[in-house]
Design a protein around this ligand. Sequence first.
Ligand SMILES: C[S@@+](CC[C@H](N)C(=O)[O-])C[C@H]1O[C@@H](n2cnc3c(N)ncnc32)[C@H](O)[C@@H]1O
Length: 295
Amino acid sequence: MSFEFFSELVDRYDELKYEILDAQTFSEEHFGFPPIYYKVMETDRTRVESFTKAFERYDFTDKVVCEAGIGTLALTKHFLPVVKKAYLIEYNPDLKDFIEGELAKNGWADKVEVIYGDAMKVVLPEPVDYIVGELMSIYCGNEFQVQIFKNLRQYLKPGGKLLPEYITNVIQLANAEFDEKHKHYPINFTRHLPEQLSLQQVVNEIDLYQAEGLVIEKILEVTPVLTGLANCVYMHSLVQVAEGCNFTGTDSLMPPTVCQLEKPVHLEKGKPVHLHIRFEYGTNLDEAKFWVEQL
Ligand SMILES: C[S@@+](CC[C@H](N)C(=O)[O-])C[C@H]1O[C@@H](n2cnc3c(N)ncnc32)[C@H](O)[C@@H]1O
């Protein structure tokens, strides 16, 4: 057996450490991503299947559906064949030709209205049975999932469903290596995992049917399970797309992420501290603040 490809990967592990972060860089100007990131998302079966399982669970046959942020139709193509009508929203102008081409080629154009606009402001002409939108990022920190569903959920029929519906954000105190340039980065390879000094604790649950406020401020009591120097938090987001159809983070979406503390702090096993947390949905994790207060 030849290990040529694996050997190259091993040689380049460190070089690839920030690659996923750079590929994911979200443009607020047109709300889009570079082509490589659409490829990363499309090829991630775990991510796509968490949604396709939810489409099957609910049965979209003859339903009216709205999807925000359709991208390259990676999710859309799984429900379009059976729905009665779909309102599809996308802001990235680079995708227009691709989207129109796919709709025409598959004979879906007649039952689809594509809205090239900002899903935070879009007005829908009728109530819908389902609203789909994968505009997530860890803690909803830099994309506009919360703001977009806050606008669109007013068009949901009684008993209608949002996909996803709930996001639980969890946190640990940890120690990771940071270069000068990055205040946060997602974990792409397990060798870059931080040293974890405390167990996972819940920061907040985002109920997308009801979320109103955009700023989250919390103080958690954390009891370290290891003694050591904490210089960051280690963050995960756990998503319920539909009941029983979950998504808990992969490299393409909500990868577990480390973000620096305001100041490194020495922790002692068994000695509780207060972890202060402040972040805002749809901004940038570099603006989030995490700091530890000794008790
Ligand atoms: C994370 S990608 C997901 C794409 C596709 N739904 C998928 O699952 O592969 C999010 C998409 O939403 C679009 N988007 C982000 N914010 C938007 C907004 N405010 N209004 C409309 N589209 C938006 C981006 O351009 C991008 O194509």
